[in-house]
Design a binder for this molecule. Structure first.
Ligand code: ADP
Ligand code: MG
Length: 346
């Protein structure tokens, strides 16, 4: 056994998720000259000569990232793949391969795993990705799925978090906040069910946001669109933790200040009525609700004409010399954005 040299017991909460990653990886040394980009972006980049390989891992844990009382197993398999591919697309790459690690307790029958794999296969089919390996092991209690995605990025096409320049525009694909509101509906109906198991869940009318939560899609189509429009993002990230948190990641990695207009953030109309019902602030939901898996990127203002007619791409702000990120509110007040990545429920 290794003896611990340090008897201190620092709570992880003191560092937070990103502080912890920094702390654990700060002494990492790069020994191979083909490691073009290591820890700190959506995916690492390995130099393969004429192109890069992009590699990214995500781990999903029962009770932390998903709740099987409302997450169908097939959807879980599908979502596990999609959230990983999203990180490859965030590098402006094409996802090609995945490996799947799964830890499962004996409370799951073979049929349950078949369901998960039906979802995994469906995602592989839809996104043109090959399942090439993995690992299977027992777990004491919950279910865990860890997926590694590998993709290909053409040299000169790579979009890191660090490339945003003074005067660039900030653009988001699709809309944000939906996945979080879908989760609110599911949590509400779960409570109703727990109190009264006779009640049927009231889910109709919420199809869009439920799909955003239970069956998200990664924006492969947007990477293809940017290529067709001949737009090279200067920086890019996918929105997994929430718009606010991702804007701050781009700001920090690029060493630039980001300014976002509240009234430009794309939000599905159904979310306004729902936020009223839940007594929530729509902007807070759009900024801090995670799991939308949209892409957030910057591009030179000279490219504005190439994207401005496209309904899937919304300019939400601009980049300036400086640091941090600001929200310019509807009444033109400037509020500093905080890194409030939304905690996954649980
Ligand atoms: P994303 O939300 O895009 O999946 P994360 O916030 O999970 O990114 O991770 C941020 C960066 O830290 C990534 O580059 C990731 O590879 C790296 N990272 C996360 N956890 C670890 C770990 N335990 N050891 C080494 N690197 C890690
Ligand atoms: Mg990411």
């Amino acid at each position: 056994m290794f003896e611990s040299k340090n008897p201190q017991r620092t709570p992880i909460s003191e560092l937070g998720e990103f502080g912890l990653i920094d702390h654990l990886t700060k002494d990492t040394t790069i020994k191979n000259t083909n490691t073009a980009l290591g820890v700190g972006d959506d995916a690492a980049l390995i130099d393969q000569g004429d192109h890069y390989s992009a590699i990214s891992t995500d781990l999903l844990v029962e009770g932390v990232h998903f709740d099987l009382s409302y997450m169908p197993l097939k959807h879980l398999g599908y979502k596990s793949v999609v959230v990983n591919l999203s990180d490859i697309y965030a590098m402006n790459g094409v996802a090609e391969h995945i490996t799947v690690g799964i830890a499962v307790s004996n409370r799951f029958p073979v049929e349950a795993l078949e369901e998960i794999y039906a979802g995994i296969h469906l995602a592989c089919e839809r996104y043109g990705v090959d399942l090439i390996g993995g690992d299977t092991t027992a777990s004491q209690s919950g279910l865990m799925i860890s997926i590694t995605a590998v993709g290909r990025v053409e040299k000169g096409m790579e979009a890191k978090r660090s490339g945003a320049k003074d005067n660039d525009l900030v653009v988001v694909t699709g809309d944000v906040g939906g996945a979080y509101m879908g989760l609110q509906i599911l949590e509400r109906e779960k409570q109703v069910f727990l109190e009264n198991p006779e009640m049927q869940p009231e889910l109709s009318g919420h199809e869009y946001i439920l799909e955003r939560q239970l069956k998200p899609e990664a924006r492969k189509d947007m990477v293809e669109l940017l290529k067709a429009l001949e737009v090279q993002p200067t920086a890019m990230i996918d929105i997994s933790d929430g718009l606010s948190s991702e804007v701050l990641h781009l700001s920090q990695s690029s060493g630039m200040q980001f300014n976002i207009y509240e009234n430009k953030i794309p939000i599905d109309p159904s979310i306004y009525t729902l936020c009223e019902e839940f007594n929530m602030n729509t902007t807070t939901v759009a900024l801090n609700g995670g799991e939308d898996y949209e892409l957030l990127f910057t591009l030179p203002i000279a490219d504005h004409d190439k994207i401005k007619a496209n309904p899937h791409l919304t300019v939400i702000g601009y980049v300036r010399e400086g640091s941090g990120a600001n929200l310019i509110t509807r009444d033109e007040k400037v509020i500093e954005l905080k890194a409030q990545g939304f905690k996954h429920h649980g």
